[in-house]
Ligand binder design. Structure first.
Ligand code: KDG
Length: 330
């Protein structure tokens, strides 16, 4: 019999990413590399490399780019057997413009994509079959008319079925208005157990406050754990019982910041999912610190490679790095 068990299910839009081959400005660059992108599939790959079984669900066009998304994810060990194809709408693409080092500008071509047509009546219980955890982001709700309702339905279904749920707000200002974004993202927080905002997202959602006040405010909305990314300051985690800070992991060569938040999510979840018992009874300080440290490490590694997920490490690599050993390369 086939083993249907997966640690994590994630739902989202995956796209094809074109990046200039020479790191030059988009307007003048004649050559591009082609790769996969999408916050949830980045997390899926990150977790898979860390030894978790992951299922990615999403809608893709019936086109070669949709095929490329599936073969790339399958090649990374992610289960894509529940992915949907739409013969009438395309797989989205996006471009990165490396005008300066680190933080590229992104240009989306995703309006009317197959994923933007996701609606609540397409949510299928079997996506969650055999799964312990659901991970979603605030990007999917921004994509189309019915995508927010669809994400809400899946989060509710996951909770009903006893799965834990994580939510990264992943604010994408280019995709929706500030009012819509704020209202929708705030409304989804009570449906998650683990909430992972960045400090700027916290400010966007709640207005200017002290970092610790953000933590308390989000916990009051329902999540059991709030893990906040503080950029160069590392990260801070909150539960009802404790507040834990974790130092940043050094970045030796900043290349591309896109995907760092997803890397953080993979690192954090990989540890927390090994502590499921503790998650329900109250996560201890040590576990939270370990999760934040691994999250910081992955976030840092993601920024040191071109591409949204290519630099993510395997579990063996994480252990080598955290053990302070040098990797044997030749
Ligand atoms: O978090 C990184 C992702 O956002 C990226 O891989 C794709 O920009 C993207 C998006 O909006 O999904």
């Amino acid at each position: 019999m086939q083993d249907n068990k997966v640690d994590v299910v994630t739902l989202g839009e995956s796209m094809i990413l074109f990046q200039s081959y020479n790191q030059g400005a988009l307007q003048y660059e004649p050559l591009f590399t082609k790769s996969l992108a999408g916050a949830e599939s980045n997390v899926a790959i990150g977790l898979s490399r860390l030894g978790k079984k992951v299922r990615w669900v999403g809608r893709l066009g019936s086109d070669p780019f949709g095929d490329l998304v599936l073969t790339t994810l399958a090649g990374e060990g992610v289960d894509v057997s529940h992915a949907l194809r739409d013969p009438e709408a395309p797989t989205a693409v996006y471009f990165k413009d490396f005008k300066r080092c680190g933080d590229p500008a992104v240009y989306y071509y995703r309006k009317g994509s197959a994923a933007s047509r996701l609606a609540p009546d397409m949510i299928d219980e079997t996506w969650l079959q055999g799964a312990g955890h659901l991970h979603v982001t605030g990007i999917t709700p921004a994509l189309g008319e019915h995508t927010a309702a669809a994400v809400r339905k899946l989060m509710e279904l996951a909770r009903e079925k006893g799965l834990t749920v994580s939510f990264d707000p992943n604010l994408r200002r280019k995709l929706w208005s500030e009012e819509q974004a704020r209202e929708t993202l705030l409304s989804l927080i009570p449906l998650c157990d683990i909430f992972m905002p960045g400090d700027e997202e916290a400010e966007f959602l709640l207005g200017p406050q002290e970092i610790e006040a953000y933590g308390r405010a989000f916990l009051d909305m329902g999540p059991k754990v709030v893990a906040m990314k503080l950029g160069a300051e590392g990260s801070i985690g909150f539960t009802q019982e404790t507040v834990v800070r974790a130092d940043p992991f050094p970045v030796e060569r900043l290349i591309d910041t896109v995907g760092a938040g997803d890397a953080f999510a993979s690192g954090l979840l990989s540890v927390l999912l090994d502590r499921r018992e503790e998650l329900s009874t109250g996560l201890g300080e040590e576990s939270l610190h370990e999760a934040l440290c691994r999250a910081n490490l992955l976030g840092s590694m993601a920024t040191q490679f071109k591409g949204d997920w290519e630099g993510l490490p395997t579990l063996a690599e994480v252990r080598t790095i955290q053990g302070g050993q040098k990797q044997v390369t030749r």
